[in-house]
Design a protein around this ligand. Structure first.
Ligand code: PLP
Length: 384
């Protein structure tokens, strides 16, 4: 039996949170990190039309030009950030691919990447797959999970090559402030670091401003903006994302993308154009519904006695469960086994996530109500 697999894959830990996704049908799940909405009708119709026209071939490696143009226009319209569709945008297989491309472009073996936590489970893995070393720097509940700039600076060593951050944040729902983001941009310039800014939840914000990292003073030349269609347009299954960066860096990412992927799925790209050009009302419709659910879940969890910071973006709430005396894995396992509610242990999102669980409100309003009833019973039983 051949078993000499690479040290790289042997060291990679399987995602600790997968087991909370595949749950029996009597479980109310707040575990999933994807919209419960189906992609907008207009997109499904556009996909049918595109297939009928025989669009089953590869596209340009960097993606259909019109889609790159649509991405460029959107970033300009929303943030006044200009990216040249010819040379500064690559359409990828989800934001997931974009994260890897950026990490692999920045890191040499053994280089360090500061990963701002709590964070999406793939960040550390993307760094490790690029043979780098993730160095976690925590955002704190007492700072409303905003950036801790001093802690980031303290973590910089001669091996540090970049900072990877994601706001609006999965799992906390925090939206970083302009002030702190500018301080991180200044830090990156001072220490000559790259910045990978995952902004996939940029459109799901509730009453606050989302700041595009490349729009900050002095940031654009060292920044990769990672974006996607999965969350704002309810397009997880189409696998479509993008990465934008300066002209002198994008050709390096392009080489990896070209050999690894060739081109993102053609039909997904075709409807991505329609999404960006015509689906603004759908984005707003879904955002408003998430907002309604957000208020329900935050009030509900707080009244159960699980302190919950008010998320300002994405579709997650991150209640503190340490007061129950259980660690996050035990809390999630027992809640699942005893009350049939799935949540994700906070420790899956970086060491500092311990003491919390992630609940998603990308699920139906009634399901959140039912989950809250069950969590309330569970927590009261623990107190007895
Ligand atoms: N970035 C964050 C913060 C996410 O939460 C996710 C998915 O959950 C992704 C990236 C991956 O997105 P995509 O479906 O575009 O690969």
């Amino acid at each position: 039996m051949w078993d000499k697999t690479s040290i790289r894959v042997q060291h990679l830990k399987p995602s600790a949170i997968r087991k909370y996704f595949a749950v029996p049908s009597d479980v109310v799940t707040l575990g999933i990190g994807e919209p419960d909405f189906t992609s907008p009708d207009k997109l499904i119709a556009a996909a049918h039309e595109s297939l009928k026209r025989g669009n089953t071939h590869y596209t340009a490696n960097a993606g259909i030009y019109e889609l790159r143009e649509a991405i460029s226009d959107k970033l300009d319209e929303l943030y006044g950030v200009k990216y040249d569709p010819d040379s500064e945008i690559i359409v990828t297989v989800g934001a997931s691919e974009a994260l890897y491309l950026a990490a692999a472009t920045v890191l040499n073996p053994g280089d360090e990447m500061i990963v701002v936590t709590p964070c999406f489970v793939s960040y550390q893995a993307a760094v490790e797959l690029a043979d780098g070393v993730p160095v976690e720097v925590a955002c704190r509940l007492e700072d409303n999970f905003d950036l801790n700039v001093q802690a980031i600076e303290d973590a910089i060593t001669p091996k540090t090559r970049g900072i990877l951050l994601g706001f609006p944040n999965n799992p906390t729902g925090a939206v970083a402030s302009r002030e702190k983001l500018q301080q991180v941009a200044d830090l990156a310039a001072k220490h000559d670091l790259a910045v990978i800014s995952d902004e996939i939840y940029e459109r799901l914000i509730y009453g606050v401003e989302h700041v595009n990292f490349a729009s900050l003073n002095g940031a654009r030349e060292r920044t990769f903006i990672v974006g996607g269609f999965s969350k704002s347009y309810a397009m997880t299954g189409w696998r479509l994302g993008y990465v934008c960066g300066p002209k002198h860096l994008i050709p390096q990412l392009y080489k990896i993308h070209q050999y690894l992927i060739m081109s993102a799925p053609t039909i997904a790209q075709e409807i991505g154009i329609v999404a960006m050009r015509e689906c603004e009302p759908d984005v707003e419709r879904m955002r408003q519904e998430y907002d309604r659910r957000r208020r329900l879940i935050v009030d509900g969890l707080n009244s159960i006695g699980l302190y919950t910071f008010e998320p300002k973006g994405a579709f997650y709430a991150f209640p503190q469960i340490s007061g129950t005396g259980l660690d996050s894995t035990t809390f999630a396992d027992r809640l699942l086994a005893e009350c049939k509610v799935a949540v994700i242990p906070g420790c899956g999102f970086g060491q500092c996530g311990e003491g919390h669980v992630r609940t998603s409100y990308a699920v139906k309003y009634e399901n959140i109500e039912e989950a809250l009833n069950r969590i309330s019973d569970f927590v009261s039983k623990l107190k007895k």
